[in-house]
Ligand binder design. Structure first.
Ligand code: FEO
Length: 167
C-alpha cells in the first residue's frame, strides 16, 4: 500500500509526464508545419514515449492500492524560434524532469518505500538517456551551424541517429 505522501508525489509525476508528452507533441506539430519532417517524426515518437512513461506510473499507483489521478494539464508553447532553440527547451525540460524524479526517489527513502524506490530506478536510468540524447542533438546542430543544406541533412539524419528503441 502506498503512503499518502508517495501517492501524491507519484500523481504529480503522472502530470509532469503527461505535460511532457503534450510539449513534444506541440514540437512535432510545429516542426511538421515548418517542413522538418524528420524532426517531426522524432518528436511524435518522443511524445508517445512520454505517454508510456505516464501510463507506467498510472498502473503502478493503482496496483499499489492508490488512485492515479488524471488531471488537467498546462498548455505547451505552440511555436519555437528554431530547431536549435527547440532542442534547448527539450534539454532544459528533461533536466527539470530528472530533478523531479530525484526528489521522488528521496521521498521513497524517507517513507521507507523500497518497492517504489525500485520502481523509480527505471526512470533514473531513462533520464540519463533522455538528457544525453538532447545534448547530442544540440551538439550536432552546433556542428552544422545555421546552413540550410546542413539542416536538410540533419533532418534526414535524426531518425537514424536515434532509432525508436528508447522506451
Ligand atoms: Fe519522461 Fe522525458 O521524461
Amino acid at each position: 500500500m502506498l503512503s499518502k505522501k508517495i501517492e501524491t508525489a507519484l500523481n504529480k509525476q503522472i502530470r509532469i509526464e503527461a505535460e511532457s508528452s503534450q510539449i513534444y507533441l506541440s514540437m512535432a506539430s510545429w516542426s511538421e508545419t515548418k517542413g522538418f519532417s524528420g524532426i517531426a517524426s522524432f518528436m511524435y515518437d518522443h511524445a508517445d514515449e512520454e505517454r508510456m512513461h505516464m501510463l507506467k506510473i498510472v498502473k503502478y499507483v493503482n496496483e499499489r492500492g492508490g488512485h492515479a489521478i488524471i488531471s488537467d494539464l498546462v498548455a505547451p508553447p505552440v511555436s519555437f524560434d528554431s530547431p536549435k532553440k527547440m532542442f534547448e527547451t527539450v534539454l532544459n525540460h528533461e533536466i527539470f524532469v530528472s530533478k523531479s524524479i530525484n526528489d521522488l526517489v528521496d521521498i521513497t527513502f524517507s517513507e521507507k518505500d523500497y518497492a517504489s524506490h525500485n520502481f523509480l530506478q527505471w526512470y533514473v536510468a531513462e533520464q540519463i538517456e533522455e538528457e544525453a540524447t538532447a545534448r547530442t542533438i544540440i551538439d550536432k546542430i552546433n556542428l552544422i551551424g545555421d546552413t540550410k543544406s546542413g539542416f536538410y541533412m540533419f533532418d534526414k539524419d535524426i531518425m537514424t541517429m536515434f532509432p525508436s528503441d528508447q522506451e
